[in-house]
Design a protein around this ligand. Structure first.
Ligand code: HEC
Ligand code: HEC
Length: 344
């Protein structure tokens, strides 16, 4: 090949490469960078958005998607229908949630907070990636009942979405992956770290004598699994919850097929627990008092009951009240009312 042709080829190739590197999908050119919130008291997050650079525009797009009922088959249900801010992004005072066409979910909608620290998603830990946990309800028949072909068709037919996706992902074609990434920018940044407990721990708030007793009881009986500062150790365990013959939910065993995982569920965070009723994977308990009484009187002895609970938890009525008062200190009012997370 003549030298001139070689040189021309090389020149064209470099141009293509240069162009691609500028326009690559992860680029945040022209966008406002958003810093991931990493509270000083928390460990380093497990997920740090390297493959999905955080921007104000990406977060806002995720929020718009989160509250859009047109992303469901009957145009009635959005993510926010089941994940309500006032309930720390769980379903307010419901055991299970209503999905498309008057359906009913099998499980209680978990709170959405501090998800960037999570190792598992869903009550049985079916997913290890946030985007997988987000894809499931979009297509699930008891949640939103859509498919990605129709989702993309709808988004591309809408001028505002077309513009926003183009801004954030630098392309005219809306890929399902972008939908999940935008939703992950929103949900992955719902960080709760401003409760009275947090302020107490850094000396900016005082606790009553009762709350202090509650904290001591919590540390002695609960904190191994519901480990501060995230109030979960992100493991999946059997805490003695009984099997419901109607719902037939066997927990982690449904994922692994192993008998020793029967009735094991993800240890939920207790942040904002006072506001996130109902409780447990199927929302069987309405109040925190009922949950505390479960640990005192209701745990089922089974072969795979977690060893930490084998001897039961003994608390007097007064101690149960102390524990309850402590759990209320985990409420983060600023999170529950934060306008950045609100629909409007
Ligand atoms: C009809 C109610 C409903 C809708 C709509 C819904 N979810 Fe959920 N969500 C749930 C339930 C119930 C679970 C628990 C599922 C399980 O454990 O099997 C859940 C679990 C999750 C989880 C895992 C949380 C964790 O800590 O394990 C994430 C993340 C999530 N949903 C995000 C979303 C997003 C984003 C949308 C919108 C695209 C959405 N959800 C729509 C009810 C709903
Ligand atoms: C061996 C680990 C373990 C210990 C110890 C433990 N828990 Fe739990 N906790 C769990 C698991 C697992 C669940 C989820 C159970 C389910 O969904 O069926 C849970 C659920 C909860 C919930 C419901 C939260 C929600 O969002 O649904 C509360 C409240 C709670 N625990 C409080 C406590 C308190 C208070 C103590 C101490 C008295 C305690 N736990 C001790 C493992 C534990």
């Amino acid at each position: 090949m003549p030298k001139a042709t070689l040189f021309a080829l090389f020149f064209i190739l470099s141009l293509i490469l240069l162009n691609n590197s500028c326009r690559k999908e992860g680029s945040t050119r022209g966008l406002t960078k958003l810093d991931q919130v990493r509270p000083t008291a928390f460990p380093y997050p497990r997920y740090n958005f390297v493959d999905n650079p955080l921007t104000v525009e990406g977060f806002e797009l995720g929020k718009k998607l989160f509250y859009d009922t047109l992303l469901s088959d009957d145009h009635e249900i959005s993510c926010g229908s089941c994940h309500e801010q006032r309930a720390s992004f769980g379903t307010f005072e419901h055991d299970r949630s209503h999905g498309v066409h008057h359906s009913h979910t099998l499980r209680n909608a978990p709170v959405l907070l501090n998800l960037a620290w999570s190792t598992y998603f869903q009550w049985d830990g079916a997913y290890t990636k946030l985007t997988d946990a987000i894809a499931q309800p979009l297509t699930g028949h008891v949640e939103m009942g859509m498919d990605f072909h129709r989702i993309v068709e709808y988004l591309e037919s809408n001028e505002d979405y077309r513009n926003r996706f183009k801004d954030v992902f630098h392309t005219n074609k809306i890929h399902p992956d972008f939908v999940l990434k935008a939703l992950s920018q929103f949900t992955g940044n719902l960080v709760s770290y401003n409760s009275r407990y947090d302020k107490y721990m850094v000396g900016q708030e005082t606790f009553t004598a009762q709350e202090k007793r509650g904290l001591a009881l919590f540390s002695a009986n609960c904190a191994t699994c519901h480990a501060p500062p995230l109030f979960t150790d992100f493991t999946i365990r059997n805490n003695g919850a009984s099997y419901d013959a109607l719902l037939k939910d066997i927990g982690r065993m449904g994922v692994t097929g192993r008998k020793e995982d029967s009735m094991s569920f993800k240890v939920p965070s207790l942040r904002n627990a006072y506001n996130s009723s109902n409780y447990f994977h199927d929302g069987r308990y309405n109040t925190l008092h009922q949950v505390i009484d479960f640990y005192r009187f209701g745990m089922q002895q089974r072969d795979n009951l977690d060893p930490l609970l084998k001897n039961g938890i003994r608390l007097t009525d007064a101690q149960a009240d102390d524990l309850f008062e402590f759990l209320r200190t985990l409420t983060d009012t600023s999170f529950l009312r934060d306008r950045r997370f609100s629909e409007r």
